[in-house]
Write a protein that binds this ligand. Structure first.
Ligand SMILES: O=C(O)CCC(=O)C(=O)O
Ligand SMILES: [Fe+2]
Length: 227
């Protein structure tokens, strides 16, 4: 008994030590400081417009095409940029893993991109001032308890599809806003949205998104170039 108690407390000590090392090193904090990312400096992020979309249509798409979804979690991958991978490592180090960052998405496959683009519709791309022929539309599904850790966009998917360009990235709310559905873009916490609400995520601006609620969260990321 005595021995067990001692060995348990040694294990606990070791765990506390690991946490200390992990948090004391502050790799992600340093990463941001090195890039002059400072939350105390305000960045204006306003709603761009509200698209006319039908949430049900996108949620039905997710369910119909569930077995063709790309299911991923947050970790370094060979096709990401060095920047993306460094950010993923920093996030993994502080506890983000497959149990809290799982995402199902559609749109990287060309046929899904075409279908989603049609569902969004030409009139909405006009509202965004985007070239209908040069877009990448992805539908993201986050279940309760999962989030997209802090990152800046590498835009790898768009660059692969349409070559190097300086595209604009839009976040578009799809499902009705619900408990625990949030997007943080620098010092702006965006919530309480309506389906179709579109926000620009400016290049190199850090953002994160979460579902700490009770219903799935559906969003679109639309990347494109001005028409
Ligand atoms: O859709 C989300 O919740 C996050 C979007 C995002 O990170 C992006 O559009 O780059
Ligand atoms: Fe992003």
């Amino acid at each position: 008994m005595v021995e067990e108690t001692i060995s348990l407390s040694e294990t606990q000590k070791r765990h506390i030590n690991i946490f200390k090392i992990m948090l004391d090193n502050q790799y992600f904090k340093k990463y941001l400081a090195d890039r002059d990312v400072d939350l105390r400096q305000h960045l204006d992020v306003e709603k761009h417009c509200t698209l006319e979309i039908d949430s049900n249509e996108f949620e039905a798409f997710a369910n119909t095409h569930r077995d063709e979804a790309t299911v991923k979690s947050w970790h370094p991958r060979p096709f990401l940029s060095d920047m993306g991978n460094e950010q993923a490592i920093n996030a993994n180090w502080i506890g983000y893993n497959k149990h809290n960052t799982s995402e199902s998405n559609w749109g990287l496959e060309d046929k899904h991109n075409q279908m989603l683009r049609e569902m969004v519709g030409r009139h909405n791309f006009e509202a965004l001032n985007l070239d209908y022929e040069k877009v990448l539309v992805r539908l993201l599904e986050y279940m309760p308890g999962h989030s997209l850790p802090l990152h800046s966009d590498g835009l790898e998917g768009f660059k692969k599809l349409h070559g190097e360009a300086q595209p604009t990235r839009f976040f578009v709310a799809v499902s009705e806003w619900d408990w625990g559905h949030v997007l943080q873009v620098h010092d702006n916490v965006i919530a309480n949205w309506s389906p179709g609400d579109a926000y620009i995520i400016p290049p190199n601006v850090f953002h994160a998104s979460a579902n700490f609620g009770i219903a799935p969260k559906y969003t679109l990321t639309i990347t494109g170039v001005a028409s």
